[in-house]
Write a protein that binds this ligand. Structure first.
Ligand SMILES: C[S@@+](CC[C@H](N)C(=O)[O-])C[C@H]1O[C@@H](n2cnc3c(N)ncnc32)[C@H](O)[C@@H]1O
Length: 246
């Protein structure tokens, strides 16, 4: 039986499964879906990024999720988003969750993947203790890397794609394609199993459960290939996986 599965903020991890509607607003998608502007990125992009632009799949809907989810009420069996929630302004999260509830059928499932703040925080504390004990962090940059894991994505200014560029090229790139925040690359908040479960309860979800990357209450979830890489390994290690029902 076919189902409607929505993959919000799919980025490069879209699913080709016919049940899945992939949605993203990446700047390249927006350029590509605009007949007047689609020629612009190939003038600026080089190498792997140009290849990625050219090979963007056709089964992605270009849409800004701050304007809601582009689906009718109670039309989806599953709403899935991976490494997206932490990019949404905290004030906008309840409205985003209300949208998820609106489009889910009664009994439908929201599956959320986020970077696990608990894993990152425990790693930071272990690194701090090792540095204090004179073990592990021989240089200041070694321990600083664990601070970076927690904070870098919240404070970065330049988009990742602009970093190899220098001077006026970087300025021009940022002018055309936006900085890290404008492109939704920055983290606006972080989640662990406690604050995410509380958020979901507050937003009216029930049967909230932490699951492993390869477990789901969604029948046939493994056929969508969304939480694994091409070799079947966990796609995003250090993630927290939570499911909740409408
Ligand atoms: C860190 S990436 C995660 C991509 C993919 N889901 C994954 O797990 O690899 C976050 C994605 O969310 C998308 N995104 C962020 N804000 C968005 C918005 N307001 N509307 C649509 N997509 C958004 C970005 O374009 C980006 O592709």
């Amino acid at each position: 039986m076919s189902r409607k599965v929505v993959n919000l903020g799919c980025g490069p991890k879209s699913s080709a499964h016919p049940d899945v509607l992939n949605v993203d607003w990446s700047v390249y998608l927006r350029f590509r879906s605009n007949p007047l502007l689609r020629w612009l990125p190939p003038l600026v992009l080089r190498g792997e990024r140009l290849e990625r632009y050219r090979s963007l799949p056709d089964n992605i809907v270009a849409h800004d999720l701050t304007r809601g989810i582009p689906l009718p009420d109670e039309s989806a069996d599953v709403v899935y988003h991976s490494h997206v929630l932490e990019h949404i302004d905290r004030d906008a999260v309840p409205a985003f969750q209300a949208e998820v509830r609106r489009v889910l059928k009664p009994g439908g499932v929201q599956r959320i993947v986020v970077p696990d703040l608990e894993i990152l925080a425990r790693r930071y504390v272990a690194s701090l203790e090792a540095a204090r004990a004179g073990r592990g962090a021989q240089s200041s940059s070694a321990h600083d890397a664990s601070v970076g894991e927690l904070l870098e994505q919240s404070v970065r200014k330049d988009a990742a794609a602009a970093r190899p560029l220098r001077g006026w090229k970087r300025a021009l790139y940022t002018r055309i394609f936006g900085d890290a925040r404008a492109r939704g690359e920055t983290h606006q908040w972080m989640y662990d199993s406690e604050n995410l479960a509380a958020l979901l309860r507050d937003c009216g979800f029930r049967d909230i459960a932490v699951v492993a990357h390869d477990r789901s209450r969604i029948p046939g979830w493994e056929t969508y290939g969304l939480d694994v890489d091409a070799e079947g390994r966990q796609y995003k290690p250090d993630s927290l996986y939570v499911e909740a029902a409408k």
